[in-house]
Design a protein around this ligand. Structure first.
Ligand SMILES: Nc1nc2c(ncn2[C@@H]2O[C@H](COP(=O)(O)OP(=O)(O)OP(=O)(O)O)[C@@H](O)[C@H]2O)c(=O)[nH]1
Ligand SMILES: [Mg+2]
Length: 461
């Protein structure tokens, strides 16, 4: 059981306005009060109130820092345990010293994510909600934050739980009819109910699963590879999108040798943009390694920005690259249009090559067309609609995999029904589907996985 008391610094290291030491567990209050002196006449803190006072070194009564002290009585707390928070002045020493005193008074240093893990283990939030906490902390865009907040409110958990409940009822029914095999009519009814319920649950799972790609992109960012021939202006485009001179730009073809990765916020969507080495045959060892990396970046990308030199026309389209991007969402970026006469139409042949894919003339040098590029990307990936219409979305690969497993098991059930297999065989697949759904909310999950999830958190959370 969770009988020990844990403590950690819950604010980021370094200088700041305040630094908070958080203590959670049965000894939190005793430990806190052994170090804290009220400035006023109080002797006992009321729950969920702030008190001004000092942290004293118990050995010699030396003042360590002036602080605000709060005691939050279980179970109305983050962890559902007693919690004490000490708001020190935000400097490395006062906070670290206060933590050290808390530890010598009997607390143990918390593991990363252990406060949230306790909230989960004590049943205040489920696993999907706990994962939402880290999602909120790491959110880089409004959309990602909104998704995290919705998941913390229990949106996804509720949907999954409703699916589980239906399957659970079904399983109870099936097991009951297995117990009375002599009633043929009972079995008939059971088969009908199973078939109907399973296909309804499958439908709902599919609706959820369809949100997964968009959900992941909104959370993690859209991996966007900028590719093309040498010297077409790929690095210049990265810099222009970023609004800062991040990549080296020179008139020498083969300038970029490595893949550069940068995050940008494009109309509310996080883009992880990869600038790559221009693709060409080369004898240069370093450059050819760069080209290999470009190909890897291309393979892993959700979206490709194929940069072409507008002054070169269709001749600049690299056959090899075109083959590789056939299966990916791709925007043809016609760069250096500032070098063309303003009225020049886009090369016919090039439009043909692009086919359905958008062709956007830009100039990385002057910034012309960058807004159109932004629009084209949003249109391509989200149909122009970044706002979430879906009430609940899948944002994590872990959830997606579990949901997929559940759906697979349910399809097995349908198969078995069609083949007229005995009910006890069906109940095995039904149970498997239930277990897979339970992994999302943490009802049926291995301890090691839980550990693994929380260890990705920050210390003090
Ligand atoms: N006129 C004009 N020049 C540009 C534009 N974009 C890039 N350039 C120039 O084209 C040259 C190559 O630009 P880079 O951004 O280094 O091209 P790259 O595709 O990254 O080249 P590699 O890394 O060698 O593959 C530089 O001299 C840039 O100043 C543009 O929109 N207009
Ligand atoms: Mg470059």
């Amino acid at each position: 059981m969770l009988t020990d008391t844990i403590a950690a610094i819950s604010t980021p290291p370094g200088e700041g306005g305040i630094g908070i030491v958080r203590v959670s567990g049965p000894l939190a209050k005793v430990i806190g009060l052994s170090l804290f002196r009220f400035a006023g006449r109080e002797r006992e803190p009321e729950s969920h109130r702030l008190y001004f006072g000092r942290i004293l070194e118990p050995r010699d009564g030396q003042v360590v820092d002036e602080v605000l002290f709060s005691y939050m009585k279980a179970p109305r707390t983050y962890t559902r345990e007693d919690i004490v928070e000490i708001n020190c002045h935000g400097g490395i020493l006062p906070v670290a010293k206060t933590l050290r005193l808390v530890l010598s008074a009997g607390a143990r240093l918390a593991e990363p994510g252990e406060f949230t893990q306790r909230a989960f283990l004590n049943g205040r939030i489920d696993l999907a909600q706990a994962e939402a906490v880290i999602q909120i902390i790491r959110a880089r865009t409004d959309a990602a934050l909104k998704l995290g907040a919705a998941q913390l409110q229990g949106g996804l958990s509720g949907s999954v739980r409703r699916l589980r409940e239906r399957l659970l009822q079904l399983l109870v029914q099936v097991e009951a009819s297995i117990d009375y095999p002599e009633h043929q009519d009972v079995e008939e009814v059971a088969r009908e109910t199973i078939s109907r319920t399973v296909s309804e649950v499958l439908d709902q799972s599919s609706v959820l699963l369809r949100t997964a790609d968009k959900g992941r992109i909104l959370r993690e960012g859209l991996r966007t590879a900028i590719v093309g021939n040498p010297n077409v202006g790929k690095s210049s485009l990265l810099n222009a999108l970023l609004g800062q001179e991040r990549a080296i730009v020179t008139p020498v073809p083969g300038t970029t040798r490595d893949v550069l990765e940068e995050s940008i916020n494009l109309g509310g969507v996080a883009l992880v943009v990869l600038d790559t080495a221009g693709m060409r045959e080369t004898r240069d060892v370093v450059e050819s390694m760069g080209v290999l990396r470009s190909q890897e970046a291309l393979a892993s990308a959700d979206l490709v920005l194929l940069v072409l030199d507008a002054t070169a026309g269709a001749g600049d389209a690299n056959k090899e690259i075109l083959e590789k991007i056939a299966q990916k969402p791709c925007v043809f970026v016609l760069n250096k249009v500032d070098l063309l006469p303003a009225a020049d139409p886009v090369d016919r042949e090039l439009l043909q090559l692009a086919g359905q894919r958008p062709v956007v003339p830009v100039s990385a040098l002057t910034g012309q067309g960058l807004v159109d590029l932004e629009q084209a990307v949003l249109q391509l990936v989200f149909g122009g609609e970044v706002l979430m219409k879906e009430p609940v979305m899948i944002t994590s690969v872990r959830h997606q995999v579990s949901l997929q497993q559940a759906a697979d098991s349910l399809r097995e059930v349908q198969e078995a029904l069609q083949q007229g297999l005995p009910l006890d065989l069906l109940s095995i697949d039904l149970s498997a589907a239930l277990a897979a759904l339970g992994e999302i909310t943490g009802e049926t999950v291995h301890d090691e996985l839980v550990e693994e999830i929380f260890r990705t958190f920050c210390i003090g959370k």
